[in-house]
Design a protein around this ligand. Structure first.
Ligand code: URA
Ligand code: SF4
Length: 205
């Protein structure tokens, strides 16, 4: 076994341990009201990670991230931009559903954020897309709003961070007019695709 293989298998072990730990977690009050813990899913050997806010009703029922209406819209938007959702890993800041889809509290994010941080360190992606205010503020430690931050590139520990509107927001703002949230998101998806293509090219060279 080469040292590289070793690192890979150790990483897989750490990932499985993390998954088991999150699956049994009781660190905050959301543990009492959840049906399923939503660890996140998708490719683990990937340059691209998406982070949302927290599971909704459908995600809580299925134990999977972004499988409800917002998730379906996200899949469509990515497909339209030539990005396959299955090639990315997708998760949330909190892994258990906040009741009535309220935003997670600072305390819940403090406890659960440790898991997201561990996931990101193990996945070590090149690009992190933050969907909406909650993940953007948590990652960038800012109080600035998504409207000002979307479409701009930031850095988190060497990972390129791209804030985008949350798909639930787009469901509520359906206009496709120039400058609308949907139009801006389309610009962001194209920028994301460009950056991904650039990464692939660099990898081949
Ligand atoms: N909204 C989120 O932020 N995350 C999900 O997984 C689903 C909807
Ligand atoms: Fe644990 Fe996170 Fe679920 Fe709270 S939301 S119980 S910290 S997994």
């Amino acid at each position: 076994m080469t040292s590289d293989d070793m690192a890979v298998s150790e990483r897989a072990l750490a990932w499985n341990e993390l998954k088991a730990r999150v699956g049994a977690c009781q660190k905050c009050d959301l543990a009492h009201t959840r049906t399923n813990v939503v660890f996140g899913q998708g490719a683990v050997d990937t340059p691209l990670v998406f982070v949302g806010e927290g599971p909704g009703a459908d995600e809580d029922a299925e134990g999977l991230a972004f499988v409800g209406k917002a998730g379906q819209l996200l899949t469509q938007i990515l497909n339209a931009g030539g990005i396959s959702r299955g090639d990315a890993f997708i998760t949330n800041v909190v892994k258990c559903r906040p009741p009535n889809n309220r935003a997670p509290t600072p305390e819940e994010m403090m406890y659960c954020g440790d898991y997201l941080e561990a996931q990101l360190l193990l996945l070590s992606p090149k690009i992190l897309v933050c969907l909406g205010n909650t993940p953007t503020r948590w990652i960038l430690k800012t109080t600035e709003g998504i409207t000002a931050l979307r479409g701009r590139w930031f850095d988190w520990r060497g990972i390129a961070v791209l804030p985008m509107f949350h798909p639930s927001y787009l469901l509520r703002n359906d206009s496709r007019k120039k400058g609308s949230p949907k139009d801006q998101t389309w610009q962001d998806v194209q920028a994301l695709k460009e950056r991904l293509d650039q990464l692939r090219k660099e990898k081949r060279e």
